[in-house]
Design a binder for this molecule. Structure first.
Ligand SMILES: Nc1ncnc2c1ncn2[C@@H]1O[C@H](COP(=O)(O)OP(=O)(O)OP(=O)(O)O)[C@@H](O)[C@H]1O
Length: 234
């Protein structure tokens, strides 16, 4: 089976000249279809940098990074756009547009998929918001929703286009224990139904058990094959 994410000898640097600083060192990792992988690690260790490289939101500089079969090093803008279209992003700050309702925020993703006719797109948006428990809040603006509800809109927005890959950066950081739990359970359930792969960065120990596999970043180096919480309990 071909990995969804295939990282080999990946290095990354910020800055130029004397200020050039290496932040990722010889990373190696393969993540396969349908896997839920959680990446942990101290602040500043390079997790967000790696996530944005995988999501084609910044350019790979050295080594190899293949995502959904596409080599991202030396890739063209249109190849990067193709990866972004197949990827759902969920960030700590949910990045909802404040003047748009929950429904309109999610609909924006469907606008990137011109091959889906408008009535079907609208139906999918309603179904997705209902699936995350917001069927009664379709026309609410973000400031009338709680933190957990806003994050659920962000999940609906990330998943409504049926992405092959979901990248989530601290999706539960701003949430209380129960809302955080609900949010990852919804992600897991929807991802299983759609068969997509999830790579999730978190400091939140309370959600580690949703992972099939844990990886850890420390000082720009990746450590793999850590036991999951479920395995540790056996
Ligand atoms: N745009 C940038 N320019 C220069 N240095 C940067 C830039 N972005 C990140 N860095 C540096 O790269 C390193 C890795 O940062 P990164 O944000 O990837 O860490 P992180 O593990 O995601 O941290 P956190 O858990 O706090 O979000 C840090 O030393 C950071 O200061």
């Amino acid at each position: 089976m071909e990995p969804v994410i295939d990282i080999q000898g990946l290095n990354h640097y910020f800055g130029t000249g004397r200020l050039r600083k290496q932040v990722l060192f010889q990373l190696e990792a393969q993540i396969y279809p349908g896997e839920i992988v959680i990446m942990t690690g101290p602040s500043g260790s390079g997790k967000t940098t790696l996530l944005t490289l995988i999501g084609a939101l910044r350019s790979a500089q050295e080594g190899s990074l293949r995502v959904l079969g596409q080599e991202l090093r030396h890739s063209t803008t249109s190849q990067q756009l193709a990866i972004r279209r197949q990827t759902g992003y969920i960030f700590q700050a949910n990045n909802l547009l404040h003047s748009l309702t929950a429904r309109q925020n999610v609909m924006m993703t469907m606008d990137l998929q011109p091959d889906i006719p408008a009535p079907s797109a609208e139906k999918r948006v309603t179904e997705m918001l209902t699936a995350v428990g917001l069927g009664e809040h379709l026309d609410y603006l973000p400031h009338h929703l709680s933190g957990g509800q806003k994050q659920r809109v962000a999940i609906a927005r990330a998943l409504v286009g049926h992405p092959k890959l979901v990248l989530a950066d601290e999706p539960t950081a701003a949430l209380d224990k129960q809302s955080g739990r609900d949010v990852v359970e919804i992600m897991r359930k929807l991802a299983q139904e759609q068969g997509c792969t999830i790579l999730l960065v978190t400091h939140d120990n309370r959600i580690l058990d949703v992972a099939d596999r844990l990886i850890q970043m420390e000082d720009g180096r990746l450590f793999q094959n850590l036991p999951t919480t479920a395995e540790m309990e056996h």
